[in-house]
Design a protein around this ligand. Structure first.
Ligand code: SF4
Length: 355
């Protein structure tokens, strides 16, 4: 006899099968794009799903900072030319309870009591998009914020990395409310990969898939809530760009962001990464053939100086996170002094150090 209970059981089984099928389709899509765009790396499927992928500490002007990378399904875009960040992630879906276990591990096994008390800023990443619910569950995000509010009383800035198309109004609304409920008001900074200012470099060559209209419509959402914006740029992200062209692209980006910041009264930080030849990407192949070389750190210095009288702040990325091919990093013999200078600049924003 068909009862209401048996119909419900059948319905549950159907929903479960559908969700498994959807996860499988996403996995196939990521693998397809990875190969289609010339990536040869493998995903890290051996990682323990209850532990974050990576973490480290930084000292930007905002104070003691934790950079935490949660282990989830890899970035669903997975096309960008020089990017191998998905190689630290899983190609399979990581369910919400495993990501919550990672949150527990962070707050109870990684951070000391002193660190929890001293933290001023947390950067939340999954080497993709934290606001893509398909890879980072909303339940786990709420759980992270609840734990941060409970255990880190002095975090005044939470930064989330995401592609702009995943930013929804309803998410901004709940984030805006939850971040005011901790021991101190926590501001939100959304961090997006912009990579290059030039449209052709960014979208045709680097495959970023981000027209300026999408970026600007995202800015309007952030402005509504008074959130901050961080933009990741790469110097010389594709082959065939001279040092001078690389510097010019960053200078154009600084002028553009400064205009947006003034027009909409939004705080903008440019996080400028000198490009490295990442293992398992087209850029590595070109580097090995002698058709690509990472930028000189002195070119980075020249580009950053352009921001001296602008309203945006700049942070120079100095770490390839162990993802560069041997010899394909941007720090060369003799760069030690300049690296120290950038470290000091990152902490002080003192442009006189760069002359
Ligand atoms: S740069 Fe970002 S969006 Fe592009 S493939 Fe890498 S993680 Fe994904």
């Amino acid at each position: 006899m068909v009862t209401a209970n048996s119909i419900l059981t059948l319905f549950d089984a159907f929903e479960y099968t559908t969700s498994l099928q959807q996860d499988f389709n996403k996995k196939m899509d990521i693998e397809k794009k990875t190969r289609q765009f010339g990536k040869t790396y493998h995903f890290d499927d051996q990682h323990e799903a209850g532990k974050p992928a990576q973490y480290w500490f930084q000292n930007p002007p905002e104070g003691f900072t934790l950079f935490i990378v949660f282990y989830t399904m890899a970035c669903r875009w997975s096309k960008c030319l020089g990017c191998n960040l998905p190689s630290k992630m899983s190609k399979d879906h990581i369910p919400f309870d495993r990501i919550m276990a990672q949150v527990d591990y962070l707050f109870h096994s990684i951070l000391t009591e002193e660190q929890k008390r001293d933290l001023k800023k947390i950067i939340l990443s999954n080497n993709g998009s934290i606001l893509d619910e398909a890879t980072f569950s909303t339940t786990a995000l709420i759980y992270f914020i609840a734990n941060m509010n409970l255990y880190c009383p002095n975090v005044s800035l939470l930064c989330m990395e995401t592609r702009p198309e995943y930013i929804d109004w309803h998410e901004l609304e709940f984030l805006s409310t939850a971040l005011k409920e901790g021991h101190c008001d926590t501001e939100l900074e959304i961090a997006i990969g912009f990579e290059a200012y030039d449209d052709a470099i960014r979208n045709d060559h680097f495959q970023k898939g981000m027209p300026l209209e999408i970026f600007e419509s995202m800015v309007m959402k952030l402005v509504t809530y008074g959130f901050k914006l961080k933009t990741y740029f790469m110097m010389k992200p594709v082959p065939g760009i001279s040092e001078e062209d690389g510097i010019k692209d960053i200078i154009d980006a600084i002028d553009y962001l400064n205009g947006i910041s003034e027009k909409h009264s939004i705080d903008i930080n440019m996080h400028l990464n000198p490009t490295y030849a990442a293992v398992g990407t087209e850029l590595e192949k070109l580097f090995l053939k002698g058709e690509y070389s990472p930028p000189l750190l002195d070119s980075v210095r020249k580009a950053v100086l352009h921001a001296k009288d602008s309203g945006i702040s700049i942070y120079v990325g100095l770490d390839d996170e162990g993802l560069a091919a041997p010899g394909g990093g941007f720090i060369r013999k003799g760069d030690k002094k300049l690296v120290k200078t950038f470290e000091e600049f990152n902490a002080t924003q003192d442009f006189s150090l760069l002359f």
